[in-house]
Ligand binder design. Structure first.
Ligand SMILES: [Mg+2]
Length: 435
């Protein structure tokens, strides 16, 4: 019998590299964000010299937590994740960073200390799983129990969009052009299908009055008959407006995403329509599940392994959703290929994933990988290579980190209204409900 070669999975170093990545001028209900978005790239290095990759939000409040949480990992093995999570509460969160209010800048629900910690832990967990997989010669999905599908379907994430960032603001150019009306949205959708083969479409709404967004979805339905369509105004509508939109688009919508803000309002909307409601805003933590599910406020939860706390928590969430007959899919914020790989691995293990996942990745022209992730027929193939199956491009990482170092602080915290304020100095974040 051959002995298994001994491996030393002890973490000897955790490298944390904040970067700024180009982000095109996409509109949401808060406005338009800066031309670059902060992300944090995590590398976990083992005593054997194996390096695992993770990625999460890179705003200051996350960076402040990343070092103390990463330091707790040093000296422990990459397969010692439960202990890392169990002790994370001991890392203090600056109270000034926790509003307890809806995190309007990030449009991802109420901000809590626990959620901030989980957002950082998610990147450490992914990096540890990547390192463990590389060490064992197994893909991350195998460490999560194995894939049940060979490719994960993503939706085309359509945005109202300016052609470029405001004049005088340093920014990378993109070739998508503007989309500020139904024809522009349909044209954008066509390019998504031509470039990536997506067959389902989500429009980020809450930008223009509901009648205009209804017209855009109607135009999509006419251009792509029978294809799944979603509309997500990030809680910008009243219950009454939500019900009106649901009534007008009920025959073409796969679901309506966060039409109104908060579980009570969502429950009222849900009681008045047969259109399923999805959320990444009122159910964003395990603590928020009970009320939302008991009140039948949501029919689909859009998980996000960043703020839910990693890939294993995403599987736990999926199991709870399954128990309550609630659907599950995936939310996305600006992210790079490391996170797309992580999303794809965990999504491949969720048995009842009945909706295409969201991803911003097509909007990100920059990455830190040696090879970009690719979409074929609207899907990402699940890698069977060890770990996540991606490789860090150190030159690219250094370039994007240099941009972060050179920034005077204006770009280091994402502000979803920053570019809009430049284009329109009188712009103030709209009160909710906006319509
Ligand atoms: Mg959403």
């Amino acid at each position: 019998m051959t002995a298994t070669p001994s491996r030393d999975l002890t973490v000897t170093e955790v490298r944390l590299t904040p970067v700024l990545v180009a982000d095109p001028p996409l509109l949401n209900t808060q406005g338009v964000h800066q031309p670059y978005t902060p992300r944090l790239i995590v590398e976990v290095v083992t005593a054997d010299g194996i390096s695992g990759l993770g990625e999460t939000y890179g705003d200051t409040k996350y960076l402040e937590l990343a070092r103390p949480l990463a330091d707790r990992l040093v000296g422990h093995r990459v397969d010692d994740l439960n202990r890392l999570f169990a002790g994370a509460d001991e890392v203090a969160v600056d109270a000034a960073r926790v509003s307890g209010q809806v995190d309007v800048g990030g449009l991802r629900g109420v901000q809590t200390a626990g959620k901030l910690r989980l957002s950082v832990l998610s990147a450490l967990e992914v990096a540890c799983l990547d390192a463990l997989g590389k060490s064992l010669g197994l893909p991350v999905h195998a460490l999560l129990g194995g894939k049940v599908r060979d490719a994960v379907e993503y939706s085309a994430y359509l945005f109202y969009k300016w052609a470029e960032h405001p004049e005088g603001v340093p920014a990378e150019k993109d070739d998508w052009g503007a989309a500020v009306d139904p024809a522009g949205v349909v044209e954008q959708a066509r390019r998504f299908t031509e470039r990536y083969g997506f067959t389902s479409f989500k429009l980020k709404g809450g930008v223009f009055p509901p009648e205009e967004e209804i017209a855009a979805v109607r135009a999509l339905a006419a251009a792509f008959p029978g294809h799944p369509l979603r509309l997500d105004p990030n809680g910008a509508w009243s219950v009454e407006t939500s019900l009106k939109v649901a009534e007008e688009l009920g025959d073409v919508l796969e679901y309506l995403e966060d039409p109104a803000l908060g579980t009570p309002a969502m429950a009222e909307v849900a009681a008045g329509t047969d259109v399923p409601l999805a959320t990444n805003m009122c159910v964003t933590t395990f603590a928020e599940i009970e009320e939302a599910f008991t009140r039948d406020a949501v029919q689909v939860v859009l998980s996000d392994h960043h703020y839910w706390g990693g890939l294993r928590n995403t599987q736990h969430l999926a199991a709870i959703c399954r128990t309550f007959g609630v659907g599950v899919s995936m939310h996305s914020n600006t992210h790079l290929g490391i996170s797309l790989a992580a999303m794809t691995h965990v999504a491949s293990t969720v048995p009842d994933l009945h909706h295409a996942c969201d991803s911003h990745y097509p909007w990100q022209s920059e990455d830190v990988l040696t090879e970009r992730m690719t979409f074929e027929d609207g899907t990402v193939r699940v890698s069977d290579a060890p770990g996540l199956g991606v490789e860090l491009d150190r030159d690219r990482l250094a370039f994007l980190h240099r941009r972060w170092l050179d920034d005077d602080g204006a770009l280091r915290d994402r502000d979803d209204a920053a570019a809009m304020r430049i284009a329109d100095p009188d712009w103030v974040r709209p009160a909710v409900p906006r319509w």
